[in-house]
Design a protein around this ligand. Structure first.
Ligand SMILES: NC(=O)c1ccc[n+]([C@@H]2O[C@H](COP(=O)([O-])OP(=O)(O)OC[C@H]3O[C@@H](n4cnc5c(N)ncnc54)[C@H](OP(=O)(O)O)[C@@H]3O)[C@@H](O)[C@H]2O)c1
Length: 217
């Protein structure tokens, strides 16, 4: 499948490489064609890796992944153009981190709203699915790297888009039973707010190789 990824950071590059490894074609989008990170990624990711603008990636992708900086996400998707997002599944892995006061970050939106909801409101014809933002990108792309089962979450308003997201997560290596459907896009409030605890756990463990496992009787 053709997949467009918005974002040239570590998340976009890690997810893009993994998707190509499992047989997809990926176009990585950026504010400018020829972004240095994107070109470096294309040079190493294989024949099915291409790059261009956010708009180029949006046109290319049957499914899209938003892996942009939280503060730039709405601007990035605006330049991708609403008509290129319409009726498409858009996996949103962003967190609305505000680092303007240093580390640790605060959230630029929280509690009664979320970045996932802001994006869905701004692009009502796109099917936004908040997912994978609760874990490090190495774990997102290769969940089997951890020794036991653990969970990914999905949240969105469109059931078909959530099924497509489940299918793509399975391509990354997430068994279907590890994926928990939290309901509509407002569940992004909870998964985005988890970053506060995630950061403390990272400081505690000294690395990002961990994830949540929800245990039930
Ligand atoms: N690091 C992780 O493992 C992890 C885990 C969970 C969630 N996340 C979330 O995943 C997202 C991506 O993280 P990252 O570290 O890979 O990348 P990042 O540095 O947060 O974002 C890079 C991308 O954002 C774009 N961008 C930045 N400011 C912009 C603006 N004003 N307008 C339009 N686009 C803008 C950049 O465009 P250019 O290409 O043009 O520079 C670039 O493509 C973030 O929201 C992060 O919170 C990360």
């Amino acid at each position: 499948m053709n997949i467009g990824i918005f974002g040239t950071g570590i998340v976009g590059r890690t997810l893009g490489s993994r998707l190509i490894d499992v047989g997809h074609s990926v176009k990585m989008g950026s504010r400018t064609q020829g972004n240095a990170n994107a070109l470096e990624w294309v040079a190493t990711a294989g024949d099915q890796a291409t790059e261009g603008t956010f708009e180029d990636a949006a046109i290319f992708g049957e499914v899209l992944i938003n892996a942009t900086n939280g503060e730039g996400a709405l601007a990035a998707l605006t330049s991708a153009k609403a008509e290129n997002l319409a009726n498409k599944t858009v996996l949103d892995v962003t967190n609305p981190l505000d680092l303007s006061h240093g580390f640790p970050p605060s959230l630029s939106v929280s509690n009664t709203d979320s970045l996932g909801e802001q994006i869905q409101r701004a692009f009502p014809d796109a099917h936004i699915v908040k997912t994978l933002n609760t874990t490090n990108c190495a774990v997102m792309a290769n969940p089997q790297s951890l020794p036991e089962m653990h969970n990914a979450f999905i949240a969105g308003n469109n059931d078909e888009a959530k099924q497509k997201t489940r299918d793509l997560l399975q391509d990354f290596g997430w068994p279907d039973e590890w994926i928990i459907d939290l309901g509509d896009i407002t569940a992004s409030r909870g998964t985005e707010a988890w970053i506060h605890l995630w950061l403390r756990l990272m400081q505690h463990f000294g690395d990002a190789n961990f994830n949540l496992h929800v245990v039930r009787p």
